[in-house]
Design a protein around this ligand. Structure first.
Ligand SMILES: Nc1ncnc2c1ncn2[C@@H]1O[C@H](COP(=O)(O)OP(=O)(O)OP(=O)(O)O)[C@@H](O)[C@H]1O
Ligand SMILES: [Mg+2]
Length: 454
């Protein structure tokens, strides 16, 4: 009879021991939890009181268990932190709690992004699982001295005959593709992604149509080059800071790959939409608009972003950057066009007139220029390209006269030659979307154009 209570006491003791052991293994977080509260909302801009976090910090705004918003810190004023919503403001209410998450100003990068398509926040949009990248990289890039950028000395094969032959790109060059809307920038970019020679391709589709984005992702994530391609896509209906973040993410992924010695092709479609996003943020923060409403910070944002491409002396890696620039209303004096033209090492101009004739890619040879070409190709190649330009300029200048039959042969020997060679020259410029013409064939075909008697 006496053993019975003893057994109960033993069991109790065991239970207490187990409970204490479970409590002992818990980690207690005793630091004060920091959060602020939403005090104002004005469009996509919200003001938060009581949360002093650095610019670039991503914050979560929680209202109850199921409703979460995200916002990014873009400035502060009068003791309040200004944040921009990453989604829309529907159902956001005053007083909602705001908490910081992650490391401010850092993005996840890494080769895990190759073969994947993600949005501006790095979340997958290709239907796959999360991208498990652990390396972090500053969104604005590591600042390097001007002397770390080695010279452009090697040819870059972009797979397009007219560009390879007449405006040869170099590895580490930054090039703009400029044209009005609907002239073929995106299609040309698409061809370059398919045909260019590079260790890795990073594509930023910023502010483009959602339909084009899904088209692009499904096409390029299925091909044989998919494993070396990373896509960051932020369509036009996403918040301005997400669009900007998308461009920064694409550039950061490319920079990280370059730091591993890779030769990366970075494509950004379009730089103008990145400038629009930066303009929106600048104006929200009260910066005065200067040229065409672009505050100075918007133009300096794109300048800094372009400067991040180039060769790295330290690692031997390179980022060849190709940026599309929308020449609004075919106006080539737009501030973004001007800024880009000043900082880029070359620009390809696509012409609406040529496109209307049905000649694609509609490269305007006379207006296009690669500033590094003469340093990287043979003397004979430079000479042939110069001759092509001269003949093409002469023909284009007199096109109307010739078409009207008002030109008499023998008046101008350059024009006479241009008229004879014109059909073969326009065939040379045209290229089907599925066709690839590498550097060697492009230069050979160019010299064949002039090697015969006519
Ligand atoms: N190489 C090509 N071959 C045949 N058609 C082409 C080619 N390039 C462009 N096009 C035609 O031109 C249209 C517009 O091209 P694209 O979408 O590339 O223009 P864009 O310059 O990117 O326009 P936006 O500025 O509006 O984005 C295409 O839908 C297609 O019909
Ligand atoms: Mg386009």
């Amino acid at each position: 009879m006496a053993t019975y209570p003893l057994r109960i006491a033993g069991n109790m003791q065991q239970l207490i021991d187990q409970t204490l052991a479970a409590i002992g293994s818990l980690s207690l977080e005793l630091a004060p939890r920091r959060f602020g509260r939403v005090v104002a909302c004005d469009g996509g801009l919200i003001e938060v009181s009581g949360l002093g976090v650095p610019i670039g910090t991503i914050c979560t705004i929680a209202q109850g268990a199921s409703l979460r918003h995200r916002a990014e810190t873009i400035g502060f004023r009068n003791g309040h932190t200004m944040m921009m919503m990453l989604g829309d403001t529907v159902l956001l209410r005053p007083g909602a709690e705001v908490r910081a998450e992650g490391k401010p100003g850092m993005l996840h990068v890494g080769s895990e992004f190759l073969g994947r398509a993600v949005d501006g926040a790095g979340e997958p949009i290709d239907g796959g699982g999360p991208v498990l990248a652990t390396t972090t990289w500053p969104a604005g890039g590591h600042r390097v001295g001007a002397l770390d950028r080695s010279r452009v000395t090697q040819m870059f094969d972009c797979g397009i005959r007219s560009l390879n032959a007449l405006t040869t790109f170099g590895v580490g060059q930054r090039i703009g593709i400029m044209a009005g809307s609907g002239v073929g920038k995106s299609v040309l970019m698409d061809m370059i992604v398919d045909n260019a020679e590079a260790d890795a391709v990073v594509v930023g589709l910023i502010g483009e149509r959602a339909r084009e984005v899904s088209d692009f992702v499904s096409r390029h994530m299925a091909g044989e080059r998919a494993a070396n391609t990373a896509i960051v896509a932020v369509p036009a209906d996403h918040a301005a800071n997400l669009r900007l973040r998308g461009a920064m993410l694409a550039t950061s992924i490319a920079e990280h790959l370059r730091s591993q010695g890779k030769r990366v092709l970075l494509i950004l479609d379009s730089l103008t939409r990145v400038a629009h996003a930066a303009r929106e943020i600048g104006i929200l923060l009260g910066e005065p608009g200067a040229a065409r409403g672009y505050p100075p910070s918007a133009l300096s944002t794109i300048t800094k972003m372009i400067e991040r491409a180039g060769n790295s002396k330290e690692t031997g890696g390179a980022i060849t950057g190709i940026y599309t620039v929308l020449a609004d209303g075919d106006d080539h004096n737009d501030p973004v066009v001007d800024t880009a033209r000043a900082i880029l090492d070359g620009h390809i101009v696509l012409s609406r007139e040529i496109a209307q004739r049905g000649q694609y890619p509609a490269v305007d040879v006379g207006a296009s220029l690669s500033r590094v070409m003469n340093d990287i190709v043979s003397v004979e190649h430079v000479e042939n390209a110069r001759k092509f330009r001269a003949l093409s300029a002469s023909f284009e200048e007199n096109r109307d006269l010739i078409m009207m039959g008002a030109y008499r042969q023998g008046t101008d020997s350059l024009l006479d030659e241009a008229i004879i060679r014109q059909p073969r020259m326009s065939d040379f410029l045209a290229q089907g979307t599925g066709e690839r013409v590498d550097m060697t064939s492009a230069t050979m075909q160019l010299s064949h154009l002039f090697s015969d008697g006519h």
